[in-house]
Structure formats: C-alpha cells, structure tokens
Ligand binder design. Structure first.
Ligand code: SF4
Length: 407
C-alpha cells in the first residue's frame, strides 16, 4: 500500500499545511544528518508565485524549513526551466527563481541555487528503458542524497497532466529535454524517473492551471497540498483530484507498469482530506485548445509545450486585439509533420523542428520562438497591422506587471 497525504491550506497557512502533509507520510524519514538535499520546484519559466504556472515560493520555503530541521549538510534549490530557457542570451532558470521569489528564500536561508540546464552533465543508463536508454542529467541532481520534488498541478498538451513525474524533467539539460519530445514524452518521463526518482514529492495545490493556461478561468484554486514518497501514487491521486481517469494518463500508467510506484487507487491509502473533498475538474488541455484555437488549421506532429505555449500567447494577443475571426484563415506548421499538404494562404512555420518546410511560408526560427515573433509572423501572413497588436501586447504586460518572458 502506498500512502499519500492531502492537507487543506486554511487562511493562507501554507507552512502548517506543508508540514502536516510531510508528517502524515513520514516524508523525510530517508534523511540523515549531513546529507545533500536537492529541492526541485517547477519553475518552467519566469512567472510569479500564485500564477499557477510555477511552484509557489511559500511551498518551497515550507519544505526548506522541514528539510533544515533534519540537519542536512547542504541544501540546494535547483531547476532547469523549459526548452528555450537553456539557450545562450536568453533569460535563464536563475531569473525564473528571482521572478518566482524562491531566490529570496534561498538567500534568507543561505542556500545554493543551481541552474540545472547549465550544470555539469553526467551520463546515466536507465535499465529496461522504453526509449531513453542513456542520457545526461545535471550533476547536482545526480549527486544529491535526497531529491524533494515540488510540482504544481497543471494540465498538459501532450501528457494530460504535469505533476511529480514530469517535474523531474528539470534535471535534464536542454538538449535532453528536446530529445524526450522526439522519442516520446510519456515514455521518456518514465525512463528519467527510473534513474532520478524523487524521494519525496510535495505538490503545490494552492493554485493550478487547467485548459490551455491562458485565461483567468484556467486558474484552479484547490488550496491544498499533496505529498508522498511514492511519486507515482502522488500523481495518480493528483490526476484524480483534477478529474482525470488515471488509466488515461499514459506516463503515470507506464510508471506503474515499470514498477516505479503505485497508480491503482485501490492500493493507495490517502491520509488527511479525502480526494472528493478537495477535487475540482480541470478542463483538459486538448478540449480547451479545440474550443479556443479550433478555427486555425494546425499541421503538427510531436510538437512540445515550448512551441504550444508560445503559440498560445500569440493567439491570446491576436484575440485581445480583436482579430479572432481572422484566425480561421491561418495555417500553422509545428513540430515534425510527415508532410504539409498544399493549402491556401501563407503558412506560418513555427520553430526549428519544422525548418525543413520553411520555404513553404513564413518561418519563425527558435526553440521555441518567442510568442511575439510568432504573432508578428501571423500578422504578416494574414495582412494584420502589427502596430495594433503590439499596443495590446504592451498593455497586457503592463497590467500583469511583468515583461514578456524572452524578447
Ligand atoms: S522547436 Fe518547438 S516543438 Fe521543436 S523542440 Fe523546440 S520548442 Fe519543441
């Protein structure tokens, strides 16, 4: 029987809820004095705490305090933000830590911060791997005695949900992150966890993201913390909390089949709150995307969240600028489609993956290209006045109080 805890965060008392969730599963029993501990929040991109995009810094701070109580030798906060944030000249994971607020936590407690995208890589071998037999991981993660995984609850364009198992992708250098997308993301996640399985997973369920993560209604406030030493069981419980059938979340099911943990709810004991007491149905990403972007023609295969996320921003900008109706004229090519049929109009070719088709339309280089660059290309393809859209973009970012992530 695997054990997972769910605690409610009442009156913003995050620290108490995190400590209780850890205690209920005896989550740090693995720790001995002097150990090196890696705390790995989800800082997929520079976003503030409370956005639902990233782990709330208050959750990270509560975990830091719980870990420090066990007299570790060294505690490191590490993350390798998503594809694109590893490239030279771009905003990096350390900036994501500053924007999130966790950098301030690290300074107050005297902890090291490591950008795992730029860490020394170590080659590892995954026994019985599905697709990733040999790959590189960040040395800081490889050498840590204890890894504490701090995901936030979100839907995902390709894997249904992203939670504890998928959050471990942050320990891969950028080129290995890209490889998981090419080889098969669900199976790549399982292979990664065969080697780099976290010892404790503490899920930030304060605010998560459903749908395509682009609208206010996508923010899902569950006000809870979920914890467990079996990351597969934690993900199974979280998928259920979000209203998904665990059997339909491929990487969780495959992780169970690979004996990495327990995904069968009948074999998971839940302590604290009942699942039904905190559950809220999240709109699946694909369903929301169909509703929101269905009017455009998207020719794609195996595109990853990097391009999807930036493309969503472009759709949002155009929608806010009043050009939703024009999107039905748009053709986008993403990822690595086997072929691109003859279509009317000028296709927009998004990112380096479909570069072989760049002669067919307007190519936006990058991995991923920035949403504003995609927006500009769409404007050129559809004959939309870019200046009008840029005014809206500036206004949006002024309201959010943050600059566009990667100009
Ligand atoms: S170009 Fe886009 S789809 Fe291809 S690896 Fe980069 S982010 Fe992913």
């Amino acid at each position: 029987m695997s054990i997972v805890s769910i605690t409610r965060v009442a009156d913003d008392r995050v620290k108490e809820a995190v400590q209780q969730a850890i205690d209920l599963v005896d989550g740090l029993s693995v720790m001995e004095p002097g150990m090196t501990v890696l705390i790995k929040p989800n800082l997929v991109k520079p976003s503030p705490s409370g956005s639902g995009v990233v782990t709330d810094a208050r959750v990270t701070e509560a975990v830091v305090e719980a870990v420090l109580a066990h007299n570790p030798g060294r505690v490191i906060i590490g993350e390798g933000s998503s594809v694109g944030y590893d490239l030279p000249g771009q905003v990096d994971s350390l900036t994501a830590m500053e924007v999130n607020g966790v950098a301030d936590v690290a300074r107050r407690y005297g902890l090291a911060m490591v950008d795992l995208n730029h860490d020394d890589p170590v080659e590892v071998h995954a026994p019985d791997a599905y697709v990733m037999h040999t790959f590189k991981v960040a040395r800081t993660a490889y050498e840590a005695d204890v890894i504490v995984d701090l995901p936030v609850l979100k839907t995902h364009s390709r894997t249904g949900i992203t939670c504890g198992l998928k959050n471990m992708k942050g320990v891969l250098p950028g080129y290995e992150k890209r490889r998981t997308h090419t080889l098969g993301l669900d199976r790549g996640i399982v292979d990664l966890n065969r080697v780099m399985k976290p010892h404790l997973t503490v899920v930030d369920g304060l605010v998560g993201l459903g749908g395509t993560h682009t609208r206010e209604e996508d923010r899902m406030a569950l006000a809870c913390i979920v914890a467990g030493t079996d990351v597969v069981a934690v993900d199974a419980v979280c998928a259920t909390l979000m209203g998904f059938d665990v059997d339909e979340i491929l990487h969780v099911r495959l992780a169970d089949e690979a004996n990495l943990g327990e995904a069968d709810l009948d074999c998971i004991q839940v302590y604290g709150e009942r699942i039904t007491a905190v559950a809220r149905p999240f709109v699946p990403y694909a369903e929301a995307a169909r509703r929101r972007f269905g009017s455009a023609t998207i020719i794609e295969k195996a595109s990853c969240t990097g391009c999807y996320g930036e493309m969503e921003s472009a759709f949002l900008y155009l929608e806010k600028a009043g050009f939703t109706d024009r999107l039905k004229e748009l053709v986008l090519v993403m990822g690595t489609p086997d072929e691109v049929p003859d279509l009317e109009g000028t296709p927009v070719i998004v990112g380096k993956c479909p570069a072989d088709y760049k002669h067919l339309g307007i190519w936006v280089p990058g991995c991923p290209p920035h949403g504003i660059k995609i927006t500009d290309a769409i404007c050129d393809a559809l004959g939309i006045d870019k200046a009008v859209v840029h005014e809206v973009i500036e206004e949006l970012h002024r309201i959010e109080g943050q600059a566009p992530a990667r100009p």
